[in-house]
Design a protein around this ligand. Structure first.
Ligand code: T3D
Length: 263
């Protein structure tokens, strides 16, 4: 499939998906939603891909919904935003969270509205020092979506989550790192290389084990401690049946570097 609003390729076990509507700061229109959905489907179905790198082209990462697609002129019928969330944003977030591999996000510039919360739904988030995060929803009368009301309090605590969501202030990448919203802030010129290096490293690691780690951590917020202990037992059972576990232990005993196949 030829894509118009994203750049997508697979190389050395890493799928790179670059949002590519730079003039609109990579905000989402229907076509871009469709293309991202298709690319993520390909990632999931590929036997080759063991890590996904999500980033943006130009000076922005993503400014959320393309507001030019929203006709709110006096007299116009108001759009059903619930339908938009149900059909597009929620499936996108679920696709990212459910991918059985690490998802690395390289936030190359401003991440606003759903754009910020899409980044926070990824597993490891790197951001360029000049990048920033804005819960822009309150500025236009909306509610944080794309998982923001779930993710933010867990990342930064309720006091900061409420301030971020109700004030819509711009948070620098450095502050996002200090507050634990992202993994690491890096110099602008180093971002893409560092993100790719991280993705390539992860693509050589025990992918099934990493996917199970992701499942366990994602489930932890909704579980009691006892439920989480049970989940760890079940997932460890699965991890312990992988070839990569056999390889990891074998390599340790033979004092050599393990070569993981991802299964
Ligand atoms: O509707 C539904 O389906 C419900 C779901 C909603 C999810 C959401 O994401 S709602 C939130 C939507 N996003 C926003 O409200 C953010 C709007 N954008 C901004 O606040 C600012 O652009 C930024 C803070 C992101 C960046 O500011 P700045 O000063 O660096 O750039 P700028 O000059 O405002 O924007 C540059 C261009 O991008 C500009 O176009 P122009 O004038 O050069 O032709 C601007 O219009 C365009 N742009 C930025 N954001 C959007 C956008 N165009 C359409 N939609 C956008 N969201």
């Amino acid at each position: 499939m030829n894509f118009e609003h994203i750049l997508f390729h697979i190389d050395s076990g890493v799928a790179t998906l670059r949002l590519n509507r730079p003039k609109q700061l990579n905000s989402f229109n229907l076509k871009m939603h469709g293309e991202v959905r298709e690319a993520l489907k390909q990632v999931r179905q590929s036997a080759e891909v063991r890590a996904l790198l999500l980033t943006g082209e130009g000076r922005g990462f993503c400014a959320g919904q393309d507001l030019d697609d929203r006709n709110v002129a006096p007299g116009a019928e108001m759009p059903d935003l619930g339908e938009s969330i149900e059909q597009h944003y929620n499936p996108l977030i679920r696709q990212l969270r459910d991918l059985p591999m690490p998802v690395i996000c390289a936030v190359n510039g401003v991440a606003a509205g759903a754009g910020a919360n899409i980044a926070f739904a990824c597993d490891l988030v790197l951001a360029a020092r000049s990048a920033s995060f804005i819960q822009a929803f309150c500025k236009i009368g909306l509610v944080p979506d794309s998982g923001g009301t779930w993710t933010l309090p867990r990342l930064v605590g309720m006091a900061r989550a409420k301030a971020l969501a109700m004030l819509g202030e711009r948070i620098s990448a450095e502050q996002a790192e200090r507050w634990g919203m992202i993994w690491r802030c890096v110099d602008d010129e180093a971002l893409q290389d560092e993100a790719l290096e991280l993705a390539r490293h992860l693509a050589t690691q025990p992918t099934t084990g990493l996917a199970l780690i992701k499942r366990a951590l994602n489930a932890s917020a909704g579980n009691t401690f006892d439920q989480q202990l049970d989940l760890e037992r079940d997932l460890q059972r699965l991890a312990g049946r992988t070839e990569d576990y056999r390889e990891g232990v074998g390599a340790f005993k033979e004092k050599r570097t393990a070569t993981f196949k991802g299964c």
